[in-house]
Design a protein around this ligand. Sequence first.
Ligand SMILES: [Zn+2]
Length: 84
Amino acid sequence: MPADEVTVAQLCGKCGSQVSTFSVKKDNLMLTSTDQTWCPHCQEDTPEVRDIAGRLESIKRAVESYPKAVPATPPQSSPDRRAT
Ligand SMILES: [Zn+2]
């Protein structure tokens, strides 16, 4: 895919599933759409939602790369120093 093109994912505005994707030049990128698209999951025409496919994947990767939740542990108390 040329560097000046982006992959746009068409999502179902009702259930959020990806219906299809298409490539478009960045200059012509239009993420706002009032079109309706046929969703095989909803079995009806639903408002089309567009998003950049690569962005979705990068978000997913970012979420997966988050460190796992670690239970807060109290700071280790240093052993008392013996008075000299
Ligand atoms: Zn749907």
